[in-house]
Design a protein around this ligand. Structure first.
Ligand SMILES: [Fe+2]
Length: 347
């Protein structure tokens, strides 16, 4: 196994080994193989095209009689089952319950396709040209095909649990995880996998924006606030001055004031700024949150956070960046710098 790759035994999701009706664990895979060989004549051992990947996923989704009885009614962990595997492609059935997501990842050089069988998924993905994050809702009947460079984060959509069929070609063997930063997506780690769920049950804090090496915040036993702030500023790279913020607002950016209401009442506010309490900020701006602000909570929204002096706002901006809001930043110097620049306030 290549250095740095994790054993598939580290996968904490629950893998179902399909032994159909006592016929042995290979019976279902053989049945699915027959269905796919009929749907994809002449494929042989070659890699599947985008169209063939979509065809394979759609055909398997349409054959619920093959896999419908595999899914346990109650799942306490992420659940998946291998439906068919050969060297040039593999097919998986995945169950998604509220809160499930994969985190940002690629597919180790494989192309792929997923088709929702029931429920709804949300795919955040790295845009090919800009490198920024996009998002789309995926409902049953619409295959999502992607190439070997595709990076995405798939999340259970709102509502009832979802089921989806995933096809990879060549067969999935490794995934690299990423974290979005202001300058693109940075690779965090590569893991060997034996399922599209990878090895992660939930999002992890993976950055090293605090200046620590390798382990990121989760691995930093001690981290002074100055170092944490310096790391946040490095991730944000460019923070607008008050004058630059005025220009950004004129171009469509939104100022979000994080200061407590008492402070805003005492010192005044920036006309047009939207006040959102720091304690609810992530929930208000997460496009996937039930508590989001419609029309503002978007992965493409340009948002400038404002606090008193531009310290706490930097930490908050980095948190939102990690959630995929790639255009969030904060006002250099905060409200006090705005006021000192002679810009309008309500005071
Ligand atoms: Fe994926």
């Amino acid at each position: 196994m290549p250095t740095g790759l994790r054993s598939p035994s580290d996968d904490r999701s629950v893998r179902h080994d399909p032994g159909r009706r006592g016929a042995g664990p290979g019976a279902l895979q053989a049945e699915v193989g027959v269905v796919l060989s009929e749907a994809l004549p002449g494929v042989g051992d070659r890699v599947l095209s985008s169209r063939e990947l979509a065809c394979a996923g759609s055909v398997v989704v349409s054959r619920r009689d093959l896999w419908g009885d595999l899914v346990p009614p109650e799942r306490h962990h992420r659940w998946h089952a291998l439906l068919h595997r050969r060297d040039n492609y593999d097919v998986w059935l995945l169950a998604w319950d509220p809160g499930h997501q994969t985190d940002w990842h690629d597919h180790g050089g494989s192309s792929g396709c997923f088709v929702v069988a029931s429920g709804r998924l949300v795919e955040q993905y790295r845009r090919a040209r800009s490198g920024r994050a996009g998002s789309r809702s995926v409902r049953p009947g619409s295959p999502v095909s992607f190439g070997p460079a595709h990076v995405h984060n798939v999340t259970h959509g709102e509502g009832s649990p979802a089921l989806s069929v995933h096809v990879y070609s060549p067969a999935l063997t490794a995934m690299t995880y990423y974290r979005p930063t202001s300058y693109g997506f940075g690779a965090v780690e590569t893991v060997a996998v034996d399922s599209p769920h990878g090895t992660r049950d939930s999002p992890q804090v993976t950055g090293d924006s605090g200046g620590g090496r390798g382990g990121g915040l989760a691995g930093a036993a001690r981290l002074a606030i100055d170092d944490l702030l310096a790391g946040a500023r490095r991730d944000l790279q460019r923070r607008p001055s008050p004058r630059e913020a005025v220009e950004a607002v004129a171009a469509g950016a939104v100022l979000v004031d994080l200061r407590p209401s008492e402070e805003r009442a005492a010192e005044g506010e920036i006309p047009g700024a939207l006040a959102i309490g720091r304690n609810v900020l992530e929930w208000r701006l997460d496009p996937l949150s039930d508590h989001r602000i419609p029309g503002l909570a978007s992965y493409d929204a340009e948002i400038i956070l404002v606090c008193s002096d531009g310290y706490a706002s930097s930490l908050a901006a980095v948190t939102l960046r990690r959630m995929g809001l790639a255009r969030v930043t904060d006002l250099d110097g905060g409200y006090h710098a705005w006021r000192a620049a002679g810009l309008p306030t309500t005071a």
